[in-house]
Design a protein. Structure first.
Length: 132
């Protein structure tokens, strides 16, 4: 699972706390029917909107057909698989695979402005990688 966001420096700790709570809740409680329906709609819309440009079509073909060695009918197969996915399957996966304890958090920004807030979250050791 990858969660990405653009956050201003003063809100990084608050935002990471909220993300941590949401991930932990999903792992413990699963998703509701409405959250599941919304996520499926969003996944379909994101896939369809990626095909709005020639570059998006090319990227989809490279990713799906070449990189994964899927047949040329991969997009319809992908949509059928998405439609067949059940909330119970998603919740089993979340319970088995989603672990806040195994999470790795990567933050890009001014280390001197962010370090204290990040350390206060209790996610573990904060490592600064110098910019080259």
């Amino acid at each position: 699972l990858t969660v990405e966001s653009a956050i201003e420096n003063g809100r990084v700790a608050e935002s990471l706390r909220l993300i941590d709570e949401a991930v932990g809740s999903a792992a413990r409680e699963g998703v509701t029917d409405e959250e599941f329906r919304s996520a499926r709609r969003l996944a379909a819309v994101q896939w369809q909107s990626a095909l709005d440009t020639p570059a998006g079509v090319a990227a989809s073909l490279v990713d799906g057909v070449i990189a994964r060695r899927e047949p040329e009918d991969a997009p319809p197969a992908w949509i059928a698989a998405l439609d067949a996915l059940t909330r119970a399957e998603v919740n089993r996966y979340l319970s088995a695979e989603l672990s806040v304890e195994r999470a790795r958090v990567f933050v890009s920004g001014d280390a001197s402005a962010l370090r204290d807030d990040l350390e206060s979250l209790g996610f573990g050791r904060v490592v600064t990688i110098p910019q080259e």
